[in-house]
Design a protein around this ligand. Structure first.
Ligand code: PHE
Length: 382
């Protein structure tokens, strides 16, 4: 008899565990949101900072009592900047973890790999950082908190013509990467529209390490400026080979250059890129964020961190306003966003893209001999 009771008791426990696992309901009543970030792989300096800042934002909400009366639980997946892994992560988060809101992915190629699937599954996908123009095309559930590549390409081309008096430009880009090809198109079109000539347009394949053949051709075309639309790791290699060949064109780049000051050598000095914010900006929101992030992580936050922090705030505040994380309701609350955040004042246009400005930065040698960025100016969208 005693044995039977114990067996029955064990059965009840097993059933309770199964019900808990299947329904996802149990004692823990949290609001789950997820992020897919490239915290390892070639842009890990980006992903780890973006993830850290998202966690910091979530912790701030939790310290104030959470969202909709619940503590926020952040689930994290690493895609290693591999679009296939981004898709696997999305499917896992949606089917196993039953998440309805995902912050990610980081790079445009990874985000573009999942936008249609997220829209089809009714998931609200909010990328802090993916700038390729087509990212939000998949539907009304896809948002971002950064500007678009057509904007950064235009800004840098116009800057080359108007501020650097460039008449001849060259471009060296990754032909297999949506981010790099999209930026190339907008830079080249704008440079020519402003009366300049694109004298060389050379490409490579992602993962290449030797760019000398392309640089030889570019040098022969004698450009005033060389546009390098790629991420810090590749750009650092290219800059080094450019200067080793004695090509002295001023190099220009997009947001992917963030972290170049930590990775490149002297060859980066004197070049310009545009970015989502400057940690040196005299702006209260920026300075409070920079101080908190430094206190917690011991480093100055890069643009990815600022964008991740903003994305988490924009989404969690919209969930509070909506009273739910149901994507169909949440999307309306997001569209009503109208507030200043760390990377600027955010409102969304009809395609869920924020209307915001960009900051042009120059790479300089700091007094301590280390590379640093110097604020050049802000450009607003038209
Ligand atoms: N905009 C880049 C992309 O779409 C990612 C990035 C964001 C890089 C911000 C640097 C700073 O792939």
């Amino acid at each position: 008899m005693k044995k039977k009771i114990i067996a029955l008791g064990a059965l009840v426990v097993v059933l309770a565990v199964i019900i808990f696992l299947v329904t996802g309901r149990g004692g823990s009543d949290t609001l789950k949101i997820a992020t897919i970030m490239s915290t390892s792989g070639p842009v890990s300096h980006f992903g780890s900072q973006c993830r850290a800042a998202i966690q910091m934002a979530v912790d701030e909400f939790n310290a104030r009592g959470g969202v909709l009366g619940k503590q926020v639980e952040l689930l994290v997946e690493d895609d290693e900047k591999n679009p296939e892994k981004t898709m696997n992560a999305l499917v896992k988060l949606v089917t196993k973890d039953k998440v309805k809101v995902v912050l990610g992915a980081l790079t445009s190629d990874c985000t573009l790999a999942i936008t249609q699937e997220a829209q089809r599954r009714g998931i609200l996908l909010f990328t802090p950082t993916s700038t390729n123009d087509m990212v939000t095309d998949a539907g009304d559930l896809i948002f971002r908190s950064c500007f678009k590549d057509s904007f950064q390409g235009e800004v840098m081309a116009q800057f080359a013509v108007e501020s650097l008096n460039a008449t001849k430009a060259a471009v060296l880009y990754d032909m297999n990467n949506d981010y790099s090809t999209g930026l190339t198109k907008s830079f080249e079109e704008t440079f020519e529209a402003f009366g300049g000539t694109v004298v060389a347009s050379e490409s490579y394949a992602g993962g290449d390490k030797d760019f000398n053949a392309q640089i030889t051709k570019i040098k022969a075309a004698d450009p005033d400026v060389l546009f390098l639309p790629d991420y810090y790791n590749t750009v650092s290699l290219i800059m080094n080979q450019v200067r080793n060949q004695g090509l002295d064109a001023i190099m220009l780049g997009p947001d992917g250059w963030d972290e170049v000051v930590g990775q490149a050598g002297e060859e980066a000095v004197g070049n310009y890129f545009c970015n989502h914010y400057s940690p040196d900006a005299e702006d209260d929101d920026v300075q409070v964020f920079v101080r908190k992030y430094r206190e917690r992580f011991g480093i100055t936050p890069n643009a990815l961190a600022a964008l991740g922090y903003d994305a988490a705030y924009i989404v969690l505040e919209a969930i509070e306003r909506a009273g739910t994380d149901d994507p169909q309701v949440l999307k309306e609350a997001l569209m009503a966003t109208n507030k200043k955040y760390v990377t600027g004042h955010i409102t969304f246009d009809a395609n869920h893209n924020p209307v915001k400005s960009t900051t042009i930065l120059k790479v300089v040698q700091g007094e301590d001999g280390k590379l640093a960025t110097e604020y050049v100016g802000m450009v607003d969208p038209e």
